[in-house]
Design a protein around this ligand. Structure first.
Ligand code: SF4
Length: 434
């Protein structure tokens, strides 16, 4: 084992603490209407279906310990991040939000300093819901704006306007939501460099704390994807910018946002250091999290190994388990309770053991998503040379190709590398034996 610097040591302590706490994701897969590009497991449902879903979600939370026992994984009780995502969780009623937090508090201890995020659609978070959410501890809101240009939002089926979004941002700020962020999408129909710049400028001129920028990915199974495949013009399919233009929008965001104080900390995320999404960082830093609800994913460390093996707690090199819930709403709602919660174990093939090769791959591709990159000394210390050496060979070529950098003992993606991240990951991991 090589010598540790003070920086490495404090990082190790922080990571060990992080492994002892849990991030909780709550999936609320309901929307008022379906965006044309969206292929998430989300949709428009009746009030009765939402009520039944909340009941099932609370049952699932209550069964978390039994489920963890069944999978022989360690379930930390202390929760320091909660994320209500979807879908549009701001469509829940105050009573439903209260019920969900009651269920959470019966099973977990939510830390006093916990980051609790609510995803919301502009114009779809009423006062009563906001008050209840804040009284339950919600201290962060992520607003799905997508664009501050009406024509672009309308083209993908969003009902909000730019002026409505701006009013909503002011209202949330006045209500005391300090940690407020927006999502923007590069590559929407009708988007041009000037309109994209307009959205970026509005986003950075309102005292927001976080901006996420996603390049539009059109899934073949979405309505827009099918129209594009058919070569049609409906859903503004013929007004989509080219891939090159979308990449240029992303590049301009990567330059503009940091210049306005929103440092890029991950491929799609920009914020001052104290306003990063602590919950999402858990995904990229391989810290434990448990997801509840439709299509929710989890990663927990193996039972006894989890906290005893210092290496596992520190770097996630010990064994972990990833598992996912069903994507089918009817199936999720029909699930019957039993000691092992059968509706969830039906997807047993979705349970993935994370051994050393998988941990190595994740350390690389998740680490590279973050701007701080992959710590090479830790990589060499925690993984055998027959895994690290081929990746180092590939890294040399990627550095020559201008897709990666090696600086301060870390591998990082260049701007071009971020655009071609999948290619980088594939080349780096090609030589890793499964
Ligand atoms: S609001 Fe989000 S989850 Fe709902 S349809 Fe639109 S993109 Fe999909």
């Amino acid at each position: 084992m090589g010598e540790m610097s003070v920086g490495d040591l404090s990082r190790t302590v922080a990571e060990t603490e992080q492994a002892a706490t849990l991030g909780v994701y709550l999936s609320v897969p309901f929307c008022r209407s379906k965006c044309s590009f969206c292929n998430f497991a989300s949709g428009v449902s009746s009030a009765e279906a939402i009520e039944a879903y909340v009941a099932r979600l609370c049952e699932e939370i209550a069964w978390a310990s039994r489920r963890a026992e069944g999978l022989r994984v360690h379930l930390p009780r202390s929760v320091d991040t909660v994320y209500l995502g979807g879908g549009t969780p701001s469509l829940l009623t105050p009573r439903q939000i209260r019920r969900i937090f009651l269920a959470l508090r019966e099973t977990f201890q939510i830390a006093g300093h916990a980051e609790i995020t609510l995803e919301a659609a502009p114009g779809q978070i009423d006062d009563a819901l906001l008050n209840e959410a804040m009284s339950q501890g919600v201290n962060r809101v992520s607003l799905g704006v997508q664009s501050f240009v009406d024509r672009e939002s309308a083209a993908v089926g969003r009902s909000h306007t730019a002026s409505g979004c701006i009013a909503e941002i002011h209202r949330l700020q006045r209500a005391g939501i300090n940690d407020l962020g927006v999502d923007l999408i590069a590559g929407l129909p009708h988007q041009k460099e000037a309109s994209w710049q307009h959205s970026l400028q509005v986003a950075t001129g309102m005292g927001l704390k976080h901006v996420s920028v996603y390049m539009l990915e059109i899934d073949d199974d979405s309505r827009l994807g099918r129209e594009v495949l058919a070569g049609g013009r409906r859903l503004h399919a013929d007004a989509l910018p080219s891939d090159e233009a979308t990449a240029a929008f992303y590049e301009s965001a990567c330059k503009w946002l940091p210049a306005q104080g929103f440092a890029q900390y991950e491929i799609s995320n920009f914020a001052p250091a104290q306003h990063r999404s602590r919950h999402n960082c858990k995904y990229w830093q391989r810290a434990p999290y448990m997801g509840f609800g439709l299509d929710a994913h989890s990663m927990l460390l193996r039972g006894e190994n989890a906290m005893r093996q210092e290496g596992a707690a520190r770097e996630g090199t010990g064994r972990a388990v990833r598992f996912a819930n069903p994507e089918d709403l009817a199936g999720y709602l029909k699930g019957e309770l039993s000691p092992v919660f059968p509706m969830l174990t039906r997807s047993a093939e979705g349970i993935v053991e994370i051994g050393r090769p998988e941990a190595f791959e994740e350390s690389i591709f998740l680490g590279l998503r973050m701007t701080e990159g992959v710590n090479l000394r830790q990589l060499r210390r925690d993984f055998p040379v027959d895994m690290v050496a081929p990746a180092e060979g590939a890294a040399g070529e990627l550095i020559q190709d201008g897709l990666m950098l090696e600086e301060d003992g870390r591998w990082r993606l260049t701007l071009r590398g971020r655009l071609l991240s999948n290619e980088v990951f594939t080349r780096l991991l090609m030589g890793v034996a499964a």
